[in-house]
Design a protein around this ligand. Structure first.
Ligand code: ASP
Length: 585
């Protein structure tokens, strides 16, 4: 196999070397390189310069006479490697000490002028980039991202193999599974009116593989979810999906840590320190989120005791939480108003703010309503110093935490690539995540997650208090993946389905195959799925996972290159037993 870093093995019948790998050690050799014309300059009638680009970089070719090539023509250049004349070396280029002299240029393909310059410094509109993705991917940044992705996938696979996991492919044409996302449906030609569903994840398939005795399974799995797209979400994405039998939470955390560590080390060359662990309740309380970004402090402070017996109506709530913005006292009024609007949009009734002055004095519209004890309590409980700003939300515990947690990231957050990689395991998630409109609990992870053994008795009496054996891996504020210990007993699965408002009949109709499998002898099992796109994006310093996916969709779910999604020909619809409604006007 070839090695993209060294170019070993990449000599072919068409070329002897790669452009970006030529250096002073090749001086004197006659070589032949192939690639795309990055730039062409003429020096009078006697000399032309062609910068030739392949996936390894650019080399300057000096051609006697003129040469009839333009940007993005595909050419083969034969030339002699020589030192560049004194004063013309280019330290920005890996090949900047050398050039090819006496070049002969053979045009392999002509090219239309590119829709945008193939240059990392040139910005093009997203839709245009995706329309001409094959040109966009020629850019060094995109080449680097896709290769980094391959390195990550290779390392993840190597780690799973080394840990005794067996790669198994599971079907893309599958049945609905309740993992919370809207699913893509595929009409059946042979069974008109019936549909397959593209898997949101191989969740049930991998659990069935455990019942089947595979013991340790993994798959680099494509998952499909028909959800609104955003920076960290595409319809299709890739997970390192895994499951193991006769294991508990700690075994899964260790296996995933090993795989992720290997991938990160393969990219950064830096060892990854042991991943710390935090309960969901602690993450919420300290950082206002189950995805804490630990690259910076600004931990939430609790003022509930300070305001326990308050006369101030705005603070009469079960929980009063504070966020200290260091040096934030000079924040403008319009900025504070914008943060207040933001807090309200996030579900708070309001946002109180206090500018801290010398000697613990407070400047705030609410200051005159506070008692002396509350005033000093606010300053001491937050450790605020003169010049700081204290933001306060009083509400139900979860709302107070999450609103300030969001403001913490918006005010103090770091760009993706900045700072160290800070991993954290968040464990002990609740089993249910609030109630739906009809008063039924919603599964926080998915309905196949095992309740915490100490809370099993609460399943019927106080479902929202039940903790689960679910865990997330979080990196720099991004959820890198989640997993859980699974239910492997039909009786407990039945109780959880019932708690979710799924009747026994419905459960039998939809998941009878799973509970049936449990009755065939199911080992205790647990698993996880790592979001590969997010991991690669963070390692590449990219804000949007589209930058690490070869052919992503736009924000509106379209592919400007192929035109997908597109209407089907009427004949095809008939074959599938479908009739399309006119698009909504
Ligand atoms: N199937 C889950 C997901 O896609 C991961 C897991 O529980 O293993 O989020």
């Amino acid at each position: 196999m070839s090695d993209p870093a060294t170019g070993v093995g990449q000599a072919t019948t068409m070329r002897t070397h790669l452009c970006g790998r030529l250096d002073a050690s090749h001086v004197g050799s006659r070589v032949r390189v192939c690639g795309w014309v990055a730039k062409r300059r003429e020096h009078g009638e006697h000399l032309a310069f062609v910068d030739l680009r392949d996936h390894t970089g650019i080399v300057q070719c000096v051609v006697p006479g003129t040469v009839d090539v333009r940007s993005e023509y595909v050419v083969a250049v034969s030339g002699t490697v020589r030192h560049r004349p004194v004063g013309t070396t280019n330290p920005d280029l890996a090949t900047g000490e050398v050039e090819l002299g006496d070049c002969e240029v053979e045009v392999l393909s002509v090219a239309e002028p590119p829709p945008f310059a193939v240059d990392d410094r040139v910005d093009a509109d997203e839709a245009v980039r995706l329309r001409y993705r094959y040109v966009d991917l020629r850019r060094p940044r995109m080449q680097r991202n896709l290769r980094l992705r391959a390195t990550v996938l290779g390392a993840l696979r190597a780690s799973m193999d080394a840990q005794g996991f067996c790669e198994v492919e599971t079907p893309l044409l599958w049945a609905p599974t309740p993992e919370g996302a809207r699913e893509f449906a595929v009409p059946s030609r042979l069974h008109h009116g019936s549909f397959y569903v593209l898997p949101q994840s191989p969740q049930l398939a991998k659990q069935l593989l455990m019942v089947a005795g595979m013991d340790r399974y993994y798959q680099v799995a494509r998952c499909l979810r028909d959800e609104d797209l955003r920076a960290d979400r595409q319809f299709e994405f890739t997970q390192l999906d895994l499951e193991a039998s006769f294991v508990g939470q700690d075994d899964v955390l260790a296996a995933v840590s090993a795989a992720v560590t290997r991938a990160v080390e393969a990219v950064t060359g830096e060892p990854v320190p042991p991943v710390e662990r935090m309960t969901w309740a602690e993450a919420l309380d300290r950082f206002g989120t189950d995805k804490p970004d630990l690259r910076f402090g600004m931990e939430l402070r609790d003022l509930s005791e300070v305001f326990a017996g308050t006369e101030v109506k705005a603070f009469a709530a079960p929980t009063v939480k504070a966020l200290v913005v260091e040096g934030g006292a000079s924040t403008s009024r319009s900025r504070l108003d914008a943060w207040t609007d933001r807090a309200k949009a996030l579900g708070a009734k309001g946002l109180a703010w206090f500018r801290v002055g010398e000697g613990g004095t407070l400047d705030s519209p609410l200051d005159r309503f506070l008692s002396d004890g509350e005033r000093s309590g606010l300053v001491s409980a937050t450790d605020a110093a003169a010049g700081d700003l204290v933001l306060v939300v009083a509400d139900e515990h979860r709302t107070a935490c999450t609103v300030l947690g969001a403001l913490r990231v918006e005010i103090g957050g770091r760009p993706v690539g900045e700072g160290a990689f800070r991993y954290v395991w968040v464990v002990d998630f609740p089993l249910f995540d609030g109630m739906d409109d009809e008063g039924r609990p919603q599964a926080a992870h998915h309905p196949f997650t095992m309740p915490h053994p100490d809370d099993l008795d609460l399943l019927e009496s106080d479902p929202l208090a039940v903790r689960s054996q679910a865990y997330d891996l979080v990196l720099n504020g991004w959820e890198l993946g989640s997993g859980s210990v699974r239910i492997h007993r039909a009786d407990i699965q039945g109780r959880v389905f019932r708690a979710l408002g799924i009747s026994d009949e419905e459960a039998e109709a939809r998941f009878g195959f799973l509970t049936g499998a449990f009755r065939a002898g199911a080992p205790p099992h647990a698993g996880f799925a790592v979001g590969v796109d997010r991991l690669v994006a963070i390692l590449a310093g990219e804000e949007n996972i589209r930058e690490v996916i070869a052919f992503p969709k736009t924000q509106s779910g379209a592919d400007p290159m192929t035109g997908a999604p597109r209407p089907l020909a009427p004949g095809t619809l008939t074959t599938l037993g479908l009739r399309a409604l006119p698009p909504p006007s």
